[in-house]
Write a protein that binds this ligand. Structure first.
Ligand code: NAD
Length: 484
């Protein structure tokens, strides 16, 4: 085995155990590279116990001191960029440039965490003569983050710097498909000076997640993954009165107008649908081509045909994912859609057992087809033709998801019209992947997010803290009034 068996990280140490375990695969080669333990409620109990012990010390450390750990951690993410990126490629399959971008994004998220002391100082006002009201923010206690396979380093870092810098102790449950990066994150944070018990890692799947949802000692859960599981976690976590922010799946629509810039649009749309092998919750999935856009589609086809699996596009996560995605393509073709670029049966010499698919573009898809409605989560773009922008917006609005939407046009009026009407939490103009960068927050609408607030940036402050409203009267002149 290329890597030793993955271990839970409890109270500052990696813990050997005898739990049942799953194989961890390298998706480029279809080879087993490690094993991941399937934790139970007992491991979650232990994690919560030591997080609880660490909480008084960590939460009473001034925030200016807490963030020093993250300044050092950010420098380490950058210093270990190649190594961390290689680990992502190993377990997730991403090509090197995408894996490096992921680590750099994790560093940027940490940079925001470092800036928290500048933006959480609270508010104070003399509300009446001699009477002062102030608001201060306090951490919640022990909190948890449950993460998906598609960003093994970045998505854990959506929650780690902010939740911890704000004074919480965090239990992380990484995806069992990509458990290696989390262990390295824990090592770097330990080296950066994070005290024992402030971060715990409990590996596993459903049983560990259910134990987190049910645990009375956990105050809040951030979840990122599919809509199916987001609903389970939201319902089960809130049933025990926790705060839950659960980000789910996506079906992102790009509306392409006939006046859109040809090269920029074609290259951005193809990059959006094929980047990270289409396994991004912000990936383009449906292009709504308005009126005369054949010239743009032709150019997109040329771009996609130039892409080489293994060089420009990594594998999808598993053999099951590959079969599922190919099934969607075959079903759409049988239903009368026209496959312009076919990524099925991609072969990469020397990596014949890898789970590769080439970029796939399917035209003449009807909005009622399964491939137009469900999340495919692979490098597949379907094209739905529409007569005008209102028809295109109606197609976008009909989706049950609502993570991202973009419009490609040279008209400011059309851009604004679509931005106002798209039913999505993150919208873009001439941007294939409209991820808001910090201090702006990440979060979708509809079935792409359950709960109040957003997961990154300023929005996360409200989620990871509670406010205390304090009213004081020291001045003897304050007299007697209704506040007395
Ligand atoms: P997933 O829902 O299968 O798994 C996510 C987490 O839930 C994992 O930690 C997994 O162990 C756990 N889990 C899986 N099944 C469970 C069950 N039945 N009960 C309890 N826990 C369970 O998601 P995934 O396949 O790892 O990730 C891909 C999905 O994540 C896609 O749908 C993608 O759109 C979504 N995603 C969304 C965002 C966003 O910001 N909205 C970001 C990244 C990924």
């Amino acid at each position: 085995m290329k890597y030793p068996a993955v271990a839970n990280y409890l109270n500052g140490s990696f813990v050997e155990d005898t739990l049942p375990a799953l194989d961890v695969y390298n998706p480029s080669e279809g080879r087993v590279i490690s094993r991941v333990p399937l934790s139970t409620h007992r491991e979650v109990d232990r994690a919560v116990e030591s997080a609880r012990e660490a909480f008084p010390g960590w939460s009473s450390t001034p925030i200016k001191e807490r963030v020093q750990v993250f300044y050092r951690y950010k420098a380490m993410l950058e210093a270990h960029l190649d190594e961390l990126a290689a680990l992502i490629t190993e377990e997730n399959g991403k090509i090197a440039s995408e894996a490096r971008a992921e680590v750099l994004k994790a560093a940027e998220l940490t940079e925001f965490g470092c800036s928290l002391p500048q933006i959480v100082p609270g508010e104070v006002l003399e509300v009446s003569r001699g009477v002062e009201c102030r608001i201060e923010r306090f951490p919640l206690g022990v909190v948890a983050a449950i993460t998906p396979f598609n960003f093994p380093n970045m998505v854990p870092n959506w929650s780690i710097p902010n939740a911890i810098a704000l004074g919480n102790c965090l239990v992380l449950k990484p995806s069992e498909l990509v458990p290696l990066s989390a262990g390295r994150i824990a090592e770097l944070l330990r080296e950066a000076g994070l005290p024992e018990g402030v971060l715990q890692i409990v590996h596993g799947g459903r049983e560990a997640v259910e134990a987190i949802c049910d645990h009375p000692g956990i105050q809040a859960i951030s979840f990122v993954g599919s809509t199916k599981v987001a609903k389970i976690v939201y319902r089960r976590g809130t049933a025990t009165l926790k705060r839950v922010l659960a980000l789910g799946g996506a079906k992102n629509h790009l509306i392409v107008m006939p006046d859109a810039d040809l090269d920029m649009t074609a290259s951005n749309v193809v990059a959006s649908m094929s980047g990270c092998a289409g396994q991004r919750c912000m990936a383009a999935s449906v292009m709504v081509a308005v009126d005369k856009t054949d010239h743009i589609i032709r150019c997109m086809v040329e771009h996609a045909q130039r892409m080489v699996p293994g060089r420009d596009i990594g594998p999808v996560i598993s053999a099951e994912a590959k079969a599922r995605i190919e099934g969607y393509i075959t079903e759409a073709e049988a239903g009368g859609a026209e496959v312009l670029v076919d990524g099925r049966n991609a072969r990469v010499p020397g990596r014949e057992d890898g789970y590769y698919l080439g970029p796939t573009i399917i035209d003449r898809v009807r909005p009622d087809m399964r491939i137009a409605q469900e999340e495919v989560f692979g490098p597949v773009l379907v094209i739905i033709r529409s007569r005008d922008v209102d028809e295109a917006i109606a197609v976008e609005n009909a989706s049950r998801y609502g993570n991202a939407a973009s419009v490609f046009t040279e008209s400011g009026g059309i851009a604004r019209y679509v931005m106002e009407r798209a039913s999505a939490g993150m919208v873009g103009v001439n941007v294939g992947v409209p991820v808001p960068r910090e201090p702006f927050s990440f979060g979708g609408w509809n079935e792409s997010k359950f709960g109040v607030g957003d997961i990154t940036g300023r929005g996360s402050i409200e989620f990871w803290t509670r406010s205390k409203k304090m009213t004081t009267k020291w001045n003897r002149e304050a007299g007697v009034n209704w506040m007395s």
